[in-house]
Design a protein around this ligand. Sequence first.
Ligand code: SF4
Ligand code: SF4
Length: 56
Amino acid sequence: MAYKITAEECIACGACADGCPVEAISAGDAYSIDASKCIDCGACADTCPVGAPKAE
Ligand code: SF4
Ligand code: SF4
């Protein structure tokens, strides 16, 4: 299990990357999550203002 950011929804604010405990989130036009690092904590989903990270 890992979270995945829906690129079409991401406004690239960076809040999720700042809060990820394992630095699994990379910056970009839309931010993205490295599934091999994600520990499924849900912090990014809780932090995101637009609900772009979703549990897979
Ligand atoms: Fe990082 Fe947690 Fe989001 Fe996974 S669920 S990307 S570990 S903040
Ligand atoms: Fe994108 Fe949400 Fe992360 Fe901001 S918190 S960079 S909108 S996924």
